[in-house]
Design a protein around this ligand. Sequence first.
Ligand code: OOG
Ligand code: MG
Length: 255
Amino acid sequence: MAELRILAEKLDAATRRACAIGQITNDFPALTIDDAYRIQKLGVAMRVERNERVVGFKMGLTSRAKMAQMGVSEPVYGRLTDAMQVPSGGHIRAGAFIHPRVEPEIAVVLKRRLVGSVTPFQAAAAIEAVAPALEIIDSRYRDFKFTLSDVVADNTSACGFVLGSPQPYREQICNLGVVLTINGRVAQAGSSAAILGHPLRSLIEAARLVALQDDALNEGDVLLLGAITASEVISPGCWVQARVQGMDGVSLNVQ
Ligand code: OOG
Ligand code: MG
């Protein structure tokens, strides 16, 4: 456990200094996924000690586009805190991060606790609202390169998120067109079906994965369901917008 704490501190320092580090699996090639989730939990506890509040979770690597882009092929989850949230139309300072990227997502807000094996019906019944979202990711590893254990320990590159206007959950979220523009130009386009074939599956998978680590999705939690397309590099001067069919846009300025 002491060793896991040291690794969590190393990742936390890299985050705060915006300074990349080598992959931890270079030194610990046998690092298990369970240990990686323990490191993640210790790192988030350090944020909580600094008065951040956990507001939910994010799923990662739930689309083929992301799996191919990152060379990792299993869904993972990370934790979101209030300090990571940026209001829609707000800004971030690229210099506060190492090599930030943005990706279009859909978020759900839960009205019920969800944990372990749940049916699609139970998952749908737990959704209070759906919102278009942008996720800002920033791997703490050099060159944005990692193994599955590395990225889990690094809180799945969580760095920031933007939520658009919440809408009541509709059954038809399974095949919505999604476009990511940067300075008005289409950078990525896809469909919500890219999320494990159906966005609801990401919620079901989140409930299963958190239970493996003795955790749960709770009432009021936000859950980002995972990027629909590959991510895009952002730099000062970028105005990023995601549009999900039938929903309002969600945007972010990069300074
Ligand atoms: C890992 C996080 C992936 C997503 O939506 O697929 C992720 C990364 O790509 O750095 O957030
Ligand atoms: Mg993401």
